[in-house]
Design a protein around this ligand. Structure first.
Ligand code: ATP
Ligand code: MG
Length: 787
């Protein structure tokens, strides 16, 4: 099992992997093997006496964690790799918090509020306090609270920061502090944590319960963090809590790829690292193994224009490659066509698969024209982000039932479904419940259960309706004892009346609502079956909710997503690589974003984002922009992004040379002059849905939940009103499996059996899947056939 580190790593990488005398920091440019170093380092530790559960590895997405685990499994075997503590900060910490919830006044069933829940709660608090929503915009307040939490500033500490604010913002601080205080308390009453709380409460847990900290410190003998440049103060502080004592910590990052400052990430964490751990050994990697020389040089010439950066040399020894093609389109629709045609052309010339292409954009809204262009040509694609499956109304309604059943104190879930489907409980009654609960400092559920004790002034009819609702939910709560997530989920969808409500209306939109709910049920069935296959028989509704609450926008790619073109924002492309990359929408006010305004800091972050985009490409990179674009319901005229001028023109192939567009003839000469000579900024920042002049602090939070239920699930008729019961999880069973056989799994596709162990109910097979890596599956539950 010994890995040949010398052969598979260069000298500096090898030194970083095998260094084990104290803290280490690997700081290096894109594509230089940072993630590879982390992966090999974990394998190295496992081969040198560390047990998998002693290693904590924190990544930026669940997908990155999964890929890393699979790669390590190939080196040390899945049997060991599966026990590694590996995942995003949020998923690892929520696991710890569920185990330790009682210390911090929660139960292990706590709800995770998503961004929409937290905004809705903030909006109702603003209303209850009689404040003006125009002055205290819920989105702005939410961003401020989030920023405070990411800096570990408590509600009481908030006002102390007053000097930090200028002008009319300073005047708003006392009210903001009061909103924050109420929000904090209401989340606690509801047994809910928002995403930032997952960090804040982990920090508090370790700070206030030293015996708990000691336990985790002893467990995590080595802590490793990828993409360290995008950690915020809270994350940095928790890493410090865990590793200050034993100094076994390795972080990797690239300051030039820090792109999450709007979520509180701080590049200085990297610089600060060597101060906090004075014995840090710093490793620099300079060779890029991902991209052609041209792509690396173009990216270097771009990032050079940033003032705030650690100067680094990055070079490539791969082939020189072609210049970066620049496409000018007349309109956004034409931009879609140009990109789709170019993909078809490259496929003809180089026999690339569809999965070798990615289209990266600055904002989710840009995806539509590319989807249309690809669909027209029957080219398969997968899209990440946008309005996620779990953000759709009907899905949120169902999930609210699940949440209330698991945690009846959940205020946002309660408000969402108390009168859905309609059961005659109007806004006035809900208003009374909220007032009674707030006055008595209890949850809405507590007030509903004991209306008399909490002075709820309602008539007999309303009382009956409220108790009816209570009995409905309590019935589901009782059912949890002997049913798995899928079974209780189907009960809820049927008995709550949701499915009747959705089936009543046969309009096309409603049909898609029904299909979405079916898709959710399929997803739950699949989730339970998968866990069963992996040896966990009892999957509760809490397990399912935890899983979906923490999916990030890269996570829709759960398993075999086949041969498809990838469409995603540049933010979600971080850490990934593709043979061919199209970076689109390079226009002023779009990329750089209009929200950056004239702020040099914000513009530098936008430039880093562009650097991230270009450095995803291995063989070909293209950049495009459109002269006109449909945005916010109207036609806008754009000018080429200033960033095009930042790239050394020697590495570009400009529009008139490739002759891609009918709009070129008129613009080619001017465009070349603009790029080479610099052009005045023509447009002022346009109005965005958030207003025109957002500073860094006020920028809205990124959406972090955007997965969709995998499409390759077979349809079941669980909720269509028929009596047909779907095949419940666990009905499958495979016999006569032997190493070396090829199999086809219902979900993971083609794979090869590596080994079979155990007998009877415990028989399991390790299978290497072509697209989903290594998996260990219990044959009793396995859903594949030998081919
Ligand atoms: P990013 O900054 O984008 O996250 P990174 O520094 O983490 O990039 P990796 O993703 O680890 O870089 O590596 C980039 C590519 O180069 C990967 O395909 C990786 O397998 C390959 N690679 C890295 N080091 C070597 C090496 N020594 N030999 C061969 N291939 C390598
Ligand atoms: Mg990486």
């Amino acid at each position: 099992m010994n890995t040949n580190y010398i052969e598979e790593l260069n000298e500096s990488q090898c030194a970083a992997v095998t260094y084990n005398d104290g803290p280490s920091l690997v700081i290096a440019g894109a594509g230089s093997g940072k993630t590879r170093v982390l992966t090999y380092k974990i394998a190295y530790l496992l081969e040198n006496g560390y047990q998998p559960w002693n290693i904590l590895a924190l990544t930026f997405t669940n997908k990155a964690a999964r890929e890393m685990k699979e790669r390590i499994a190939r080196q040390v075997g899945m049997e060991r790799a599966r026990y590694l503590w590996m995942g995003t900060f949020h998923s690892v910490f929520s696991r710890i918090l569920r185990a330790e919830a009682q210390h911090i006044g929660f139960t292990s069933q706590f709800t995770i509020y998503d961004s929409a829940d937290s905004k809705s709660l903030i909006r109702s608090i603003i209303k209850e306090m009689g404040l003006d929503e125009k002055t205290y915009k819920p989105g702005m307040v939410q961003a401020r609270i989030s920023s405070a939490k990411n800096h570990l500033v408590s509600p009481t500490g908030y006002a102390a920061n007053k000097e930090a604010y200028e002008g009319d913002m300073a005047a708003k601080v006392p009210a903001l502090r009061d909103i924050y205080t109420r929000y904090w308390e209401r989340c606690r009453q509801a047994g809910a944590m928002d995403f930032d709380d997952l960090l804040v409460y982990t920090y508090i847990l370790f700070r206030d319960f030293p015996e708990v900290l000691v336990r985790y410190r002893e467990q995590f003998r080595y802590v490793l963090v990828d993409e360290y440049q995008d950690t915020n103060y809270a994350q940095h502080s928790i890493v410090l809590q865990l590793t200050k004592e034993n100094q076994r910590v390795c972080v990797v990052g690239d300051d030039a790829q820090s792109i999450y400052s709007f979520r509180g990430a701080d590049i200085d964490n990297i610089l600060y690292f060597t101060k906090v751990y004075p014995n840090t050994k710093v490793f620099k990697l300079e060779q890029n193994y991902r991209s052609t020389q041209t792509i690396v040089c173009a990216a270097n010439s771009l990032i050079e224009k940033n003032e705030r950066q650690i100067r680094k040399e990055v070079f490539s020894e791969k082939e020189r490659g072609e210049p970066i093609g620049v496409f000018q389109a007349y309109s956004d629709v034409e931009e879609g066509d140009i990109v789709a045609n170019k993909i078809a052309e490259l496929r003809r010339e180089h026999s690339y698969g569809y999965a070798d292409f990615a289209i990266l954009y600055r904002t989710n809204a840009q995806s539509r024209v590319f989807e249309e262009a690809l669909r027209k040509r029957s080219m398969p694609y997968k899209i990440y982000g946008g309005l996620s499956f779990y953000q759709r109304k009907e899905i949120k309604d169902v999930i609210a039932y699940f949440r209330l059943v698991v945690n009846p104190n959940d205020e946002e879930a309660f408000k969402r479904i108390i009168n859905y489907p309609a059961r005659g409980i109007g806004d006035t009654t809900v208003g009374k419940i909220i007032s009674a609960a707030t006055e008595n400092g209890v949850s809405l559920w507590a007030a509903l259960c004991e209306p008399l004790s909490y002075g709820l002034n309602i008539n007999k009819g309303t009382h009956g309706k409220l108790q009816g609702f209570r009995e409905l939910i309590e019935g589901f709560m009782a059912g949890q004892a002997d049913k798995n997530a899928y079974e209780i989920g189907t009960d809820i969808i049927r008995q709550s009346g949701i499915i009747n409500d959705v089936c009543q209306d046969t309009s096309p939109e409603n049909l898609s609502r029904k299909e979405n709910i079916e898709e959710l049920v399929n997803g739950m069935n699949d989730f339970c079956a998968l866990r069963q296959e992996e040896g966990n028989p009892n999957i509760s509704l809490t397990d399912f909710l935890s899983e979906i609450a923490l999916l990030t926008d890269q996570d829709s790619d759960k398993a075999d997503d086949g041969e498809k073109i990838t469409l995603m924002t540049v933010h979600s492309a971080k850490g990934l690589e593709f043979k061919n990359v199209f970076v689109v929408g390079l226009e002023e006010n779009l990329f750089p974003s209009g929200m950056a305004g004239d702020s040099p800091r914000a513009l530098e972050e936008e430039r880093r984002l562009f650097y991230v985009a270009i450095t995803r490409a291995e063989e070909h990179c293209y950049i495009s922009f459109a002269k006109t674009r449909f945005r916010y319901g109207k036609m806008e005229f754009g000018s080429p992004s200033r960033f095009l001028r930042d790239i050394d023109v020697n590495y570009l192939q400009l529009p008139h040379e490739v002759g891609v567009s009918r709009a070129v003839d008129e613009g080619a000469g001017r465009f070349r002059r603009e790029i080479e000579g610099g052009f005045a900024r023509t447009a002022s920042p346009s109005r965005t849905p958030y207003g025109s002049n957002f500073s860094d602090r006020e920028r809205p939070r990124a959406q972090v939940i955007a997965p969709s239920v995998p499409k390759n699930l077979k349809k079941v008729s669980a909720v269509s009103g028929s009596n047909a019961k779907p095949a419940s999880a666990g009905s499958a069973s495979v016999t006569g499996v032997q190493a070396g056989q090829m199999i086809e799994h219902e979900r993971f596709g083609l794979g090869e059996v590596i080994k079979v162990e155990g007998t009877g109910d415990n028989a399991k097979a390790t299978i290497h899947f072509k697209n989903a890596g290594d998996k260990q599956l219990l044959l009793r539950f396995a859903r594949f056939k030998v081919i």
